[in-house]
Design a protein around this ligand. Structure first.
Ligand code: SAM
Length: 493
């Protein structure tokens, strides 16, 4: 559930504050509604759009780091700054609050590096401020959220957690004119994962079902024939959409509601498992150094985590902190994969994560996910017996690093403007050409549209997403032919 905006008291404009300089957020987009009316969108989307007149937009554009808050107050404080009658003082008392996040007051800008990633950090801190509780929310928090708090599945990926595959669910210039799911299916075919054809595919945590739709679009009917596509999701509301899209795409499909940490399937019954952006949703455990040293967990779930770490002989950092997070859910899932995959079966796991240190929380509206520690996960996969390959996601998909995409923050603002105008606009990754096409006459009315190279951490942190490819050894030797559109192409070897 998305929390409603916390009521934030207007800022008291004290002497100390008046000496600070003011910067507007760099990726801010304003929409010129008419000759003398502009709209801007607060970060918290339960706050109404702000309507500004010429004085109001001038106040916003004056926040360039050269002017102090005191200077702005002197000049604009008593002016009416919008059609709703609020004065410059009213705006100055609110714009830097987390819910608005339109500007920052300080002695230095919160950015010194080339890409302004520190602005991004500031926004992240702001988000953390308005989401979830302080500290660790407990082992049951994530499964509880997915079981009980998903109420509007249609908007979930636009407002709560936008995924990479959701941003690229329609053909995109950035992906050589393909969708994410389609490109992924092409890569899996190139890897030989469709030779022989998988008979049973499981997609875990399929969200709205776009991946299944797009994989089907890439494969020929012959390649799909006699394959059963099974969805497993902890959140029932998503299963309906998954089954609908997969059915329209021609899959022989079924769905089951379950937690992927305990797969309700018999041993060795699946050929392929797809898990996209779901590992960080699985159970995290907060362990202490004392529990590790004594090999005794404070409660059964801690004992399970301690036992896993010892059994796997996980090489934990020397400088183990007093308390640290461990990805128990992903390890449970991995061991379930080993059980349910047939010899020769494959799994592809994609999620954001780290290779050193300890999983940090990523606060999202209503829930907190944890980074996947890939060194631990890969060690566990090796220990279980999997053969594996590992790539950064952009490298796996061969995405050109210099493709420029609209800042996602701008996309959210534009969606709000379009919604208020009764015009359709979807949250997606947009190149400049795609945005021009999508917005038509609205585009010239927008100020501040800003594009990032896809490799820039400020654009969605795509390089933090990793692909782990697993194979359970022991399958029959591969046939020496490829099948395309019903034809078999034999290799010369
Ligand atoms: C971030 S979404 C990713 C959705 C989709 N794969 C995509 O890339 O857009 C996570 C998905 O995993 C599901 N999920 C979360 N935790 C799960 C668990 N423990 N077992 C099964 N599904 C889970 C959610 O309901 C949701 O469908």
């Amino acid at each position: 559930m998305k929390p409603t905006a916390t009521v934030q008291q207007p800022l008291a404009l004290t002497e100390d504050l008046l000496g600070l300089r003011a910067w507007r957020m760099p990726d801010l987009v304003a929409y010129q509604r008419s000759d003398d009316e502009w709209w801007v969108a607060p970060l918290e989307d339960s706050l109404p759009l702000l309507r500004l007149n010429r004085a109001g937009i001038e106040l916003l554009t004056s926040m360039d780091g050269h002017t102090t808050l005191g200077g702005l107050l002197n000049k604009y404080g008593s002016w009416v700054c919008g059609p709703d009658g609020q004065t410059g003082r009213w705006h100055l008392e609110r714009w830097s609050l987390p819910g608005y996040s339109l500007c920052y007051f300080g002695s230095e800008p919160p950015s010194a590096d080339r890409h302004g990633a520190k602005w991004d950090l500031l926004l992240q801190q702001i988000r953390e401020g308005w989401s979830g509780k302080e500290g660790f929310e407990g082992e049951e928090h994530l499964s509880g959220f997915h079981l009980h708090d998903i109420t509007n599945e249609d908007q979930h990926f636009d407002t709560i957690e936008t995924t990479v595959s959701h941003l690229f669910r329609e053909p995109s210039e950035a992906l050589q004119g393909m969708t994410y799911g389609r490109l992924l299916a092409r890569r899996l075919r190139q890897l030989g994962w469709w030779t022989p054809k998988p008979r049973g595919i499981l997609e875990v945590g399929g969200g709205l079902g776009y991946m299944a739709r797009e994989i089907a679009a890439e494969l020929s009917p012959e390649e799909r024939q006699s394959t059963r596509y099974v969805f497993l999701d902890i959140a029932k509301p998503f299963l309906g959409s998954q089954l609908a899209l997969a059915g329209e795409a021609g899959w022989n499909r079924s769905g089951t509601q379950a937690n992927a940490e305990w797969l309700p399937f018999r041993d060795s019954c699946l050929d392929l498992v797809i898990d996209n952006e779901n590992l960080a949703d699985m159970t995290p455990v907060k362990l202490s150094r004392r529990e590790m040293v004594s090999a005794t967990g404070d409660m059964p779930i801690h004992q399970e985590a301690v036992d896993w770490i010892r059994r796997l002989r996980l090489p934990l950092d020397q400088d183990m902190p007093e308390e640290f997070m461990f990805n128990l859910g992903p390890i449970r899932f991995l061991s379930e994969l080993w059980r349910v995959l047939r010899p020769g079966g494959h799994a592809i796991l994609i999620e954001f994560g780290i290779e050193a240190g300890w999983p940090a929380p990523v606060k999202l509206p209503g829930h907190t996910e944890y980074e996947v520690q890939y060194t631990h996960l890969r060690h566990a996969a090796r220990w279980m017996g999997f053969q594996q390959q590992y790539f950064p996601l952009p490298q796996f998909l061969a995405i050109r690093p210099d493709i420029r995409l609209l800042c996602t923050g701008a996309t959210y603002s534009i969606q709000r403007f379009c919604e208020a105008e009764g015009k359709p606009f979807s949250i997606r990754a947009y190149t400049e050409r795609e945005l021009t096409e999508a917005l038509g006459p609205i585009l010239p009315k927008l100020m501040g549209c800003h594009y990032h190279e896809i490799s820039d951490p400020a654009w969605f942190g795509l390089w933090d997403f990793k692909v782990l490819l697993l194979e359970k050894p022991g399958g029959a030797p591969r046939p020496s032919f490829r099948e395309t559109k019903g034809f078999r192409w034999y290799s010369q070897r």
